[in-house]
Design a protein around this ligand. Structure first.
Ligand SMILES: Nc1ncnc2c1ncn2[C@@H]1O[C@H](COP(=O)(O)OP(=O)(O)O)[C@@H](O)[C@H]1O
Ligand SMILES: [Mg+2]
Length: 457
């Protein structure tokens, strides 16, 4: 449980990173930096200084000097080849032997030589030649900086520990900045899983977490829209089903109970038949929309004559326009398009049926087909009742009807234009509506023509 905690992960990552970098820097340090050089330089300077001092003062004062130097952790020895003249060394070091004494005495004045030492030793012995009592002597100074090294190591270790400790505490505090928004996101996602799509989170930062929160909010609002659409869809469908069912139920009951005189029975059966047809059209349209919505809707485009297709559709709707005594004028240029014939047939059928359905008796419907090599326009113009301006933006919404009360007697279900829109979208086409109430409407479809080469891309 604790291991899965994000705080724990951040702090442990921090500690591991610091530890690892310390280790690597230690390695690099020990490979590339030779601090010994600094120390040797210092030690040589001291020893040259002492050598000058010894030459300056009286020989009797040398023991006093030795005592003073001991207070600074400096041990000293003056020798010549025969004997040790003065020494404050606790034990004579191995490095001082007749050979090294010889070398020092023979070396030029004011030079100092560091004697060989062990790598890990914190002591250095430096020899300088001196002139004393009219003779040549070698002066050895031993510096022990063990204590300083230990103190330095302690300070470094303590500082590193402090860095780790303070860093961990600060990282722990700072990580709340990172972890809190994620916790909030988790809570919000859980809420959304229970069906509450109204959750939104505030994001102050523009960083990755801020972006995540923005995306989450966007997802939530999209889901909310989809949920709303689903609710509307269910209520619309039930409403559309309910009214024909009610009349079917009522009329069959009346027929069953023999309350309808024989001569009127045919009328009632006609109504029942129409309502059944309306229901079947509804389910047909819903299925068609569902199929168009799905990624795998059938789509079989081919090249065909558009004018012929429109002419066929007009013929198919003949009973409807004949019944209302509507005059249909065709002005069709002979043009070919590349599209799914079955789907486009649906488009013309829906638009022409609407033009007839929402026209008055003896109206006129003009259908024209124009175009050039880039685009084709089909316009369907009626002299019907028109559409109020405020309704035009909603025409292509599912189940939208301008006149809700009346349209139940007119056989629509408000899905026709949404199917048209969907099919046109699939084909990269667009549709425009111009309408004036009491004058009529024009629906214009624009079909872009792609060359064969473009289409293959
Ligand atoms: N040519 C038109 N003239 C007037 N109103 C129209 C026309 N076409 C569509 N409408 C209005 O748009 C609404 C939506 O049309 P549509 O989606 O085809 O549904 P419906 O099944 O009701 O015909 C219709 O209810 C109608 O009010
Ligand atoms: Mg319609």
């Amino acid at each position: 449980m604790f291991k899965r905690n994000l705080y724990f992960r951040i702090v442990s990552t921090f500690i591991s990173v610091v530890m690892l970098s310390l280790f690597i820097s230690y390695l690099i340090n020990s490979i590339f930096f030779h601090q010994e050089l600094f120390i040797e330089e210092e030690v040589s300077k001291i020893s040259t200084g002492v050598a000058e001092l010894v030459e300056l003062i009286d020989v009797e004062k040398v023991p006093d000097l030795m005592e003073t130097l001991e207070g600074f952790n400096l041990e000293m020895m003056i020798v010549n080849e025969e004997a040790i003249v003065y020494s404050s060394f606790s034990k004579p070091p191995l490095a001082i032997n007749s050979e090294s004494i010889q070398t020092i005495i023979n070396s030029p004045e004011i030079t100092s030589t560091v004697l060989p030492y062990h790598k890990r030793e914190a002591t250095r012995i430096v020899g300088s030649p001196i002139q004393m009592l009219n003779g040549e002597y070698a002066l050895f100074i031993q510096i022990n900086y063990e204590k300083e090294v230990v103190a330095l190591k302690r300070i470094i270790a303590f500082t590193l520990f402090l860095v780790l400790f303070i860093g961990s505490v600060l990282i722990l505090l700072a990580s709340t900045h990172i972890v809190n928004p994620i916790k909030k996101l988790t809570d919000a996602a859980k809420q959304m899983a229970t069906g509450n799509f109204s959750v939104r989170l505030k994001s102050k930062n523009k960083d990755e977490v801020g972006e995540l929160i923005n995306s989450f909010n966007y997802m939530a609002s999209e889901l909310e829209k989809i949920d709303k659409m689903r609710e509307d869809f269910v209520s619309n469908v039930s409403h559309e089903i309910q009214s024909p069912l009610t009349s079917i139920k009522g009329f069959t009951k009346a027929l069953q109970d023999d309350v309808i005189p024989k001569e009127h029975q045919k009328e009632y059966l006609d109504i029942i038949f129409q309502e059944t047809e309306r229901l079947s059209r509804l389910s047909e349209n819903i299925l068609r929309l569902a199929s168009l919505d799905s990624e795998h809707h059938p789509y079989h485009p081919s090249k065909y004559r558009l004018d012929e297709q429109i002419r066929r559709t007009v013929l198919a709707t003949e009973p409807q326009w004949k019944m209302k005594n509507i005059q249909i004028n065709l002005d069709l240029k002979s043009l070919e398009i590349y599209a799914d014939q079955d789907l486009f047939e649906q488009v013309w059928l829906n638009l022409i049926t609407n033009a007839i359905r929402y026209s008055y008796e003896n109206g006129i419907v003009d259908i024209s087909l124009q175009g050039n090599k880039d685009e084709v326009f089909v316009s369907i113009k009626d002299t019907g009742k028109g559409i109020p301006e405020e309704s035009i933006p909603h025409l292509f919404e599912r189940f939208y009807k301008v006149d809700k009360a009346r349209s139940s007697s007119v056989k629509g279900n408000g899905l026709g234009l949404s199917i048209v829109k969907k099919i046109l979208l699939i084909h990269d086409c667009s549709i425009q509506v111009e309408s004036e109430e009491g004058v009529g409407s024009i629906f214009t479809v624009r079909i872009p023509i792609y060359s064969d080469a473009d289409r293959k891309l």
